[in-house]
Write a protein that binds this ligand. Structure first.
Ligand code: SF4
Length: 62
């Protein structure tokens, strides 16, 4: 599971801006909940991690 969503870091009060940055549609959000990642789709590009201002999206080193 290379991309982790750290739920405690997400204020969960807004549409996640990082979702639009994902080139493969791997991030989804239900309401204002913290986003979830489909690791089957995720290509570990890291675009979402640099876009989340609270650092809730963390790419783990393999
Ligand atoms: S690391 Fe890249 S492919 Fe994976 S969820 Fe983030 S933006 Fe999408």
């Amino acid at each position: 599971m290379p991309l982790n969503v750290i739920v405690e870091r997400c204020p969960q009060n807004h549409p996640c801006p990082a979702i639009r940055r994902c080139p493969v549609g791997a991030l989804k959000q239900d309401g204002f909940d913290a986003p979830t990642v489909d690791n089957q789709k995720c290509i570990d590009c890291g675009k979402c991690t640099s876009f989340c201002p609270t650092g809730a999206l963390v790419l783990e080193k393999k």
